[in-house]
Design a protein around this ligand. Structure first.
Ligand SMILES: Cc1cc2nc3c(=O)[nH]c(=O)nc-3n(C[C@H](O)[C@H](O)[C@H](O)COP(=O)(O)OP(=O)(O)OC[C@H]3O[C@@H](n4cnc5c(N)ncnc54)[C@H](O)[C@@H]3O)c2cc1C
Length: 346
């Protein structure tokens, strides 16, 4: 079958890959260059999403926990297992019992995925692993495992696999009307944050709405080898402090916006991330320590008043020969691509 995929982020690339593996004739159209947008602006985690357990997204977490293995197996040079610590402080953030239940459930849902189990580390060991953490009130930390990737390089690897299987990758080629794609029997709209612009070309009321939620990260040169997941003070949100390519990556924010374009992280966002980091570390950071930053827009399916609680699941809408793909996560993109292909071939 002749298939067109619009959008060469990780979701479009995985959809094209799935189709090419089945021998279809595929063209992957990209308005800019492959992996130029959200898919290179992630937190670089291949993760189940410990915090999604709080919103009851058990099926998604289980799926994502097992999906980590796919990437580690197929691109061991671009991903690695990552041990994270979730420090517990007296009278601050979630209580120890609650995080303990979460990490146990994470282990249970991950069973068979080949990752080490979570464990409790006492205060001395936590500080030995991360000497800059504030010791006042520290009880210890839960250790648990996810994986880390180079999102841009891994995405390019998928595009490379597509090319090897004969996919024609048309960069700098924006789809402005489906008339442009009349020669194709099936079309997948994998335009991520721009999916609604393509959907609107067909008229009618879309089955889903997209929430554009910007997430920003900052880099600092001071290298912190221990990955941390920490609650943002006075909030339900969490943030990460991650070793990444010789630097430390701190993120992320969740700012709802009214358009799909990523913009530079705002001063408010960088101040928010610095304050969150400083609330837990003895060596304080200032804006002068920031050596880089980036932001990306999550194309989330509108499902909650607070974007933090919005589902990270994917959804499909079929209109004529076009399959519109909404939502999803980097970690589960390969599964999403396979599922999209099944829908597309119906
Ligand atoms: C801050 C942040 C942190 C995240 N962290 C993680 C994480 O750690 N782990 C995880 O699993 N997930 C994470 N995610 C989610 C994950 O990054 C996204 O779900 C995923 O990258 C979305 O990919 P996509 O292909 O849908 O979108 P994109 O990567 O944006 O790709 C869509 C592509 O479509 C192209 N396009 C748009 N319109 C057209 C058109 N008309 N014609 C041709 N091309 C078009 C665009 O140029 C773009 O390249 C994070 C997201 C954000 C924003």
């Amino acid at each position: 079958m002749k298939i067109a995929v619009a959008g060469a982020g990780i979701i479009g690339a995985c959809t094209a890959w799935a189709a090419a593996k089945q021998g279809h004739s595929v063209t992957l159209f990209e308005q800019d260059t492959a992996m130029a947008h959200t898919s290179r602006s992630s937190s670089k985690l291949l993760h189940g999403g410990l915090r999604y357990l709080e919103t009851g997204q058990f099926a998604l977490v289980k799926k994502a926990l097992h999906a980590r293995r796919f990437w580690l197996k197929h691109a061991p040079d671009l991903c690695r297992p990552l041990e994270l610590l979730f420090p517990i402080y007296a009278r601050r953030g979630r209580p120890k019992w609650q995080v303990g239940i979460g990490t146990r459930l994470y282990d249970f849902l991950a069973a068979g995925s080949g990752f080490p189990y979570s464990a409790w580390l006492g205060k001395a060991e936590t500080l030995a692993r991360c000497p800059t953490l504030l010791s006042d009130g520290l009880k210890g930390a839960f250790s648990f495992y996810d994986a880390q990737m180079d999102d841009y390089a891994l995405g390019q690897r998928v595009v490379e696999q597509c090319r090897r299987l004969g996919v024609s990758v048309a960069e700098h080629h924006k789809i402005e009307s489906f008339g442009q794609l009349a020669e194709f029997e099936r079309i997948a709209n994998a335009a991520g944050p721009w999916a609604m612009a393509l959907r609107s070309l067909q008229g009618g009321t879309p089955a889903y709405a997209i929430d554009w939620v910007r997430g920003s990260h900052i880099f600092i040169d001071r290298f912190q080898p221990q990955a941390l997941m920490l609650p943002v003070p006075q909030e339900k949100r969490i943030f990460f402090v991650l070793p990444y390519q010789g630097k430390t990556l701190i993120g992320t924010t969740e700012v709802r916006q009214s358009h799909p374009d990523a913009q530079r992280p705002s001063e408010t966002e960088t101040a928010y991330l610095l304050a969150a980091y400083n609330a837990y570390h003895s060596e304080k950071l200032t804006a002068n320590d920031i050596s880089g930053s980036f932001s990306g827009v999550r194309p989330l399916i509108k499902s909650a008043a607070d974007p933090s609680n919005a589902t990270r699941e994917w959804a499909f809408e079929r209109v004529g020969n076009v399959l519109h793909i909404y939502g999803g996560k980097w970690t589960t993109a390969q599964l999403q691509g396979e599922a999209a292909l099944q829908e597309l071939l119906k």
